[in-house]
Design a protein around this ligand. Sequence first.
Ligand code: PMP
Length: 395
Amino acid sequence: MTNRQLFLSHVAQTSTAPLMLEIERAEGMYMYDAAGKRYMDLIAGISVSNLGHSHPAVVEAVKNQAEKYMHLMVYGEFVESPQVKFAKQITDLLPASLNNVYFTNSGAEATEGAMKLAKRLTGRSRFISFQNSYHGSTQGALSLMGDEYFKQKFRPLLPDTLQLPYNQIGELEKITCRTAAVFLEPIQAESGITVPDRAFMQALRQRCTDTGTLLVLDEAQTGLGRTGKMFAFEHFDIVPDILLLAKALGGGMPLGAFVASKERMATLSDNPVLGHITTFGGHPVSCAAGLAALQVTLHENILEAVEAKSRLFKKRLVHPSIRSVRSMGLMLSLQFDSYEQNKQIIDRCISHGLLTDWFLFAPHCLRIAPPLLISEEEIKTACDIILRSIDETGS
Ligand code: PMP
């Protein structure tokens, strides 16, 4: 049996149409399949590989740490230097009120931990999130998801949740003194990139403060430079009470985190003690990889170039079939008329060696979220392939 056949019979999938590429190695902007065909990665494993694949500094950090130690003890018991250094580096980049990091394995677990922290801190149970939002696939995170189709067969979920329309100031009055927390992506990703107004974000921050509600910003996709700032909330001059990080955080290794103040986080060790537990959260190899990736991001001034690269994409991606381009930094979305048209274009791109994808709640939109290191030449090549693919599908 081939690996592809074994994949279909023994590796569980929940997609009915997996891409089925069999990659043998990946380096920088490119992946190579078993036949030696090269694919430019325009989606970075869904906003993960900000420095491209297997960046040498990250690989070295992984090797060094794996040789010293891997798992030692459940999270939070031992002083593990990669965790300590990484938590210090992250909190140094954040406002003083975000000075304490709880490391998890994934984005969904960061959401779950933040939900528990909000309940513990406020004594309230109501959560508010937004239509078309995605915060993870576990049952608490799913309760926040802003799409009924993906939730309906998994009910009962958490009872006291409400999804508001995104970016509508008038709706914010539904946040009340009964609300434990509001969860929001500062740029909504899976809706096909929705950038909120600054006035909305500031009103949201104010409403949360006025009602004693915790504001949780989910920066799983936007964090660590994708929007041109280290954290997307910096675009809006607001500070969350709890920050969620994941995806790019581990430099390609599995890692998530929720970040809050030391005082707030301390409630998770009081009545009950061990208010949140994970075996592998903040794995030393993942933290070493994440730290190395963050240091490269900082030292090589990678964020400075993000906006110009975004502009170059937008300048080049002009075609009558592209209905709109929505973007913030290197998160872009090309809107077509239908999923069928988009899928045909995506398939053509892949056959031309350019890997792209659609969005969970916007299947008619094509995703562009490349490694931040993408060069101008590579952007031009990617845009040429997209435009050629649109023409080839007769769109
Ligand atoms: N939040 C957001 C905004 C996400 O995009 C994702 C993943 N797509 C998650 C949370 C969940 O992350 P994970 O898949 O690591 O659980």
